[in-house]
Ligand binder design. Structure first.
Ligand code: S3P
Length: 170
């Protein structure tokens, strides 16, 4: 089985994905890390040296490669992956997908401390960051909501989110 985790930046996709994969004894793949290995650059370097459009093309290419393979895995996507190139359709057709849903406030708190390696938000100050998240999430939510499952993560520990995903998989 292919399990795909979707959600905004800092929604916990990687932490939840790692834990879920270790419990299910599946491989864990983080799409950003997968792209970084292939390109031999960090996501920030790809954005600054090649531009966002190049990153989006690579993101779609890597996603398709993984979803069209025979492998089983838990895959954490980047926050933008489902929102470009009709990727959400491929995700829906080829995997069991979970949207890790978090409120603007939760995302703002989490992202405030973890924005430096994220080129879309690295330069934003606190006020701008909250405004950005609110607008961006409004634009992206219609894509995220097309996942086959949705899990509210506000106030939940990683293990609680993992348990909820496991229950839906039975
Ligand atoms: C992005 C999210 C990032 C990364 C890139 C762009 C986005 O991944 O793919 O910086 O467009 O939301 P995370 O969701 O893991 O931060």
């Amino acid at each position: 089985m292919k399990i795909v985790l979707i959600g905004y930046m800092a929604s916990g996709k990687s932490a939840v994905g790692k834990k879920l994969a270790s419990i299910l004894k599946y491989d864990f793949i983080d799409l950003d890390s997968y792209i970084e290995k292939k390109e031999n650059k960090t996501v920030s370097e790809i954005f600054s040296q090649n531009g966002e459009i190049y990153f989006r093309l690579k993101e779609t290419e890597c996603l398709k490669e993984l979803l069209n393979s025979d492998l089983d895995f838990v895959l954490s996507l980047g926050g933008g992956t489902p929102c470009y190139s009709n990727n959400i359709k491929t995700i829906f057709e080829k995997s069991e997908s979970f949207y890790l849903k978090a409120s603007i406030n939760t995302l703002f708190q989490r992202l405030s401390n973890e924005k430096d390696h994220r080129p879309l938000v690295a330069e934003l100050d606190s006020d701008k960051l909250k405004e950005f998240i609110a607008k961006h999430l409004f634009e992206r939510a219609p894509y995220y909501e097309q996942a086959s499952n949705s899990i509210i993560t506000d106030g939940k520990e990683v293990t609680e989110v993992v348990d909820q995903i496991k229950k839906r998989l039975i």
